[in-house]
Each structure stands twice: as C-alpha cells, then as structure tokens.
Design a protein around this ligand. Structure first.
Ligand code: HEC
Length: 149
C-alpha cells in the first residue's frame, strides 16, 4: 500500500505540471497575439514606454521647435521614427540591425528616401511626420542607414 502513495503523488505532480504548462502556453499565446495586435493594430497610435501615449505625428509636432533650420537626422529619427524603428513595431527594420537593413540599403539610398517619403507597406508616408520636410526625412534615412551598416 505504501508503494502506491509515491506513485500517486508523482502522477498528481506530473498532472499539475502538465496543467500549469498548458496554462503558461495559453497565457503566452494570448500575450503574443495581444502584443502583435497592439503593434500592428493602429498605425498612428504607437506608444513609447515612459512617454505619454499619443500618435507619432502629435509627438513629432509637440517636439520643441528648433529656432531655425532643418532638424538633424538624429532629431527627426528620435521624434518621428524611433517609435517603430527602435522597437521593430509593425515589422519595421530596427536601427542598428545590419541584417534587416542590408537588403534595403542594396536598393540604394535614393530609393529608401523615396519610400520613406511616400510610404511602403507598413511604413507610413513620412513616418507620419507631416511637418517633416523632404530634407529632414532624407537626413533621418541617412542617419538610420549610417547606423545600420
Ligand atoms: C508606424 C511605424 C513607423 C514609423 C513611425 C516609421 N516607420 Fe519606417 N518603416 C516601418 C515599417 C513597418 C517598415 C518596413 C516596410 C516594409 O518594407 O515592409 C519601414 C521601413 C522603412 C524604410 C525602408 C524602406 C525600404 O524601401 O525598404 C525606411 C528608409 C524608413 N522606414 C524610414 C523611416 C523614417 C525616416 C521614419 C521617420 C521619419 C520612419 N521610417 C518612421 C514603420 C515605421
């Protein structure tokens, strides 16, 4: 009789482990579906951790107005592009990810600038920065390309 107890306990433990694994898996699936939906769901409602949740276009126009002259590529990137390009949101190639950028850089910087201005697939026109000039978008693309080789 005493022999049965450990067996039963082992069986029960295995059952519980299996049960909690199922729960963890279900939870993970839920999380990833949720986060994918959150990431690809609504272009224009991307939130950056630590910042108030608002559309990138609002974030960009709320950026402190520089007295004069075009903003630098780095400034435009931080204000308008990093929401997607530092996180990979919506499948954006991350700044610094040479593997993701190599086939894009191979298309030529001019093509990348045109695509950034007009938009391509999940990449919205001007990265939603409607007050960015063509030169500022160009500078931001060059900043991203230079940092991703
Ligand atoms: C809302 C998210 C989002 C924002 C904001 C955003 N991008 Fe993108 N970007 C993407 C996605 C997604 C792709 C990948 C598109 C594809 O090739 O399918 C992409 C691709 C690109 C590419 C590569 C285009 C190509 O032809 O391969 C460039 C260049 C680029 N973005 C520049 C910018 C610049 C510059 C900004 C800021 C002014 C910006 N992006 C802001 C999502 C974004």
């Amino acid at each position: 009789m005493n022999l049965l107890k450990p067996v039963a306990t082992a069986g029960l433990t295995a059952g519980l482990v299996a049960l909690s694994l199922t729960a963890i898996t279900a939870q993970a699936d839920h999380n990833s579906e949720h986060s994918i939906a959150a990431r690809i769901g609504k272009v224009g409602s991307v939130c950056v951790e630590g910042e108030e949740c608002k559309a990138p276009v609002a974030a960009a126009s709320a950026a402190p107005a520089v007295a004069s002259g075009p903003r630098s590529g780095a400034d435009v990137y931080t204000a308008a592009c990093s929401a997607c390009h530092s996180t990979g949101a919506a499948g954006a190639p991350k700044l610094g990810d040479a593997g993701a950028w190599a086939p894009r850089i191979a298309k030529g910087t001019d093509t990348l600038i045109t695509n950034a201005i007009n938009g391509i697939n999940g990449m919205p026109a001007r990265g939603l920065c409607m007050d960015c000039s063509d030169d500022e978008i160009k500078a931001a693309v060059e900043h991203m390309v230079a940092g991703s080789k």
